[in-house]
Every structure is written in structure tokens, then in C-alpha cells.
Write a protein of this length. Structure first.
Length: 305
């Protein structure tokens, strides 16, 4: 085992542990709220699904690569490879969908409360939970062909059409059916990214206009404080920017892996870290937006703000 691989494995493992603990703390927070009979707001429901997807994505994507860096080979068979890649692809898509849903919901929430927007707000609030459940079902179906393209690292039949990525191998095919399937996956991801970008720009624009309208009625003392609108805008911008950067690096890795003709194991760990930045950082951005940090771990000890 090379020393650089061992160092990268230790680094990745420590980052994955930090990310899993951060996501688990938010999941535990919402679980305690549910067990104590408290009602979750629609935004909390979306964040709950986003955090679950991020946690599963970190485990399914990061742990196998870390074990490979530690020198463990052939620790997954065909079934294990199919399952772990299927979970990762599903949770990665669900993370994108949840971020898109969160952005769209927030831009509807902060719009002026006229009759049209009030009606839309009530309808959206009613369908948030079914929308989250539908997202899981859609991405489970969208990725149903993934297990057929994945096998364990040892594969003797038709080896010329297999790319070995360390702990699993991937079947490479250039037929029309594969191209259509990849187009469907890219279209769904592109649609979510487009909606997320449009809703985020609209939200920031609304918050900026609102700030300009009310800044003259604020006292000098209150104006120096960070308003809830500013805090919401900062959180949205940070999450969207981190997600877009992480998704962009992930797409670069997919393209590089697909069209590379030589060994591509070098540098994969570095790209992997850039790819999983969002699920690692996301929970801590959400935690920092909560006024009382003790309420995350002890929600029963005080009122929820």
C-alpha cells in the first residue's frame, strides 16, 4: 500500500466521519421532534429528506473508496457492487431533487401574500410530503438499469467492455439504448438544476427588493443587525453554490471516467473529495442557521424557535 494512498484514505475517512456525524445530528434532531409529538414544518420535511440522502450518499460513495485506499481489495462481490452503486446513484439524484424542492418552496414562501400566492402556498404545503416520497420513487425507477451495468472488480467475460475502478467495474456500451438512458438521466438532473437556479435567483431578488423597501424604516441600531432575510439569503446562496460546484466536479469525473482509455485510478480520491463536499458541508450550514445550537441536541429542553 502506497503511503500517498494511505494518507488520502485517512483524510477521506476523517471527512466522511465528520459529514456523517453532521447529517446524523440533524436527523436525530428531527427524529426527537417527531417522537415528542411536535409538528414538522414543510421546509423541515424537505431538509429531513435532503439530510438522509446526503448521509446515504456519503456512506455509499466514500466508504468503498476509502477501504480501497487502505489497501483492501475485492471486498465487494457482484451483489455488493450493484447495491452500493445503486444506492449512491439514487441518493445523489434525490439530493439534487430535494435541493430543487427546497429552493422552489422557499421562493414561494417569501413571495408577497396576495390572494394568488396565498392559494399556491396552501397547495404547496399540502403536497410537500407526497412530493418528497415521490422523489425517492422516481429516482429508484430512473436508476433501475444501473445494477445491470455494474459488477465486481473481477470480471473475465467480455473484459474489453469493462472498466475497472478499483472496487467495482462498469460495463461500457455505446449503443442507442444506453445513449437514450444517459440522456434521460442528464435531462432530469438538468431540469432540477435549472429550476434550482431560477428559484434561487428569484429568491435573492425578492429579498434584495424587500431589504431596500424596509431599510428606511429601520432604526440605525436595528439596521446594523443581520436581518432574517439576509441570513436566509446567505444560507441559500451558500448551499446552492456548494451544490453546483460539487455537482460540476462530479459531472467532470463521470465524463473523464467514461471516455478515458487508460488507467484512471490516480487522482480519483481527490476528485471524490470534491464530489462529496456538499453532503459534508451541508449539515453544518443548516446547523449554523439555527439560533440555539443546543436545540439541535436537546430539543426537549426548550421551545423551538
Amino acid at each position: 500500500m502506497a503511503s500517498d494512498n494511505l494518507a488520502m484514505g485517512i483524510f477521506l475517512f476523517s471527512q466522511i466521519i465528520v459529514g456523517v456525524l453532521g447529517n446524523s445530528s440533524i436527523l436525530s434532531y428531527y427524529l426527537i421532534l417527531i417522537l415528542t409529538g411536535r409538528h414538522l414544518m414543510p421546509k423541515d420535511v424537505i431538509i429531513e429528506h435532503l439530510t438522509l440522502a446526503n448521509c446515504l450518499s456519503l456512506i455509499s460513495r466514500g466508504i468503498p473508496r476509502t477501504m480501497l485506499d487502505f489497501g483492501f481489495k475485492y471486498f465487494l462481490d457482484d451483489v455488493g457492487c450493484k447495491l452500493i452503486i445503486y444506492i449512491y446513484r439514487t441518493t445523489r439524484g434525490m439530493s439534487l431533487y430535494a435541493m430543487c424542492l427546497l429552493s422552489c418552496f422557499q421562493v414561494i414562501t417569501i413571495n408577497p401574500s396576495n390572494s394568488r400566492w396565498m392559494t399556491l402556498k396552501h397547495r404547496v404545503t399540502k403536497y410537500i410530503v407526497p412530493s418528497c416520497s415521490l422523489g425517492w420513487i422516481v429516482h429508484l425507477i430512473l436508476n433501475f438499469l444501473t445494477p445491470a451495468r455494474v459488477s465486481g472488480p473481477i470480471y473475465n467475460k467480455n473484459a474489453t467492455n469493462r472498466r475497472n475502478y478499483g472496487y467495482c467495474s462498469w460495463f461500457v456500451s455505446g449503443n442507442v439504448a444506453t445513449a437514450l438512458y444517459m440522456f434521460l438521466l442528464c435531462f432530469s438532473d438538468g431540469l432540477c438544476l435549472g429550476l434550482m437556479a431560477c428559484s434561487s435567483v428569484s429568491m435573492v431578488s425578492l429579498l434584495y427588493r424587500h431589504k431596500r423597501q424596509v431599510k428606511y424604516i429601520h432604526s440605525a441600531q436595528n439596521f446594523l443587525k443581520v436581518s432574517p432575510e439576509d441570513r436566509a439569503a446567505q444560507t441559500i446562496l451558500i448551499l446552492v453554490c456548494i451544490f453546483v460546484i460539487s455537482y460540476s466536479f462530479s459531472s467532470i469525473v463521470v465524463i473523464f471516467v467514461t471516455y478515458s482509455k487508460g488507467p484512471i485510478l490516480w487522482g480519483v480520491s481527490v476528485f471524490l473529495f470534491l464530489e462529496i463536499c456538499f453532503p459534508i458541508v451541508c449539515p453544518f450550514v443548516l446547523i449554523s442557521n439555527i439560533k440555539s445550537s443546543s436545540s439541535i441536541f436537546l430539543p426537549c429542553c426548550g421551545k423551538r424557535k
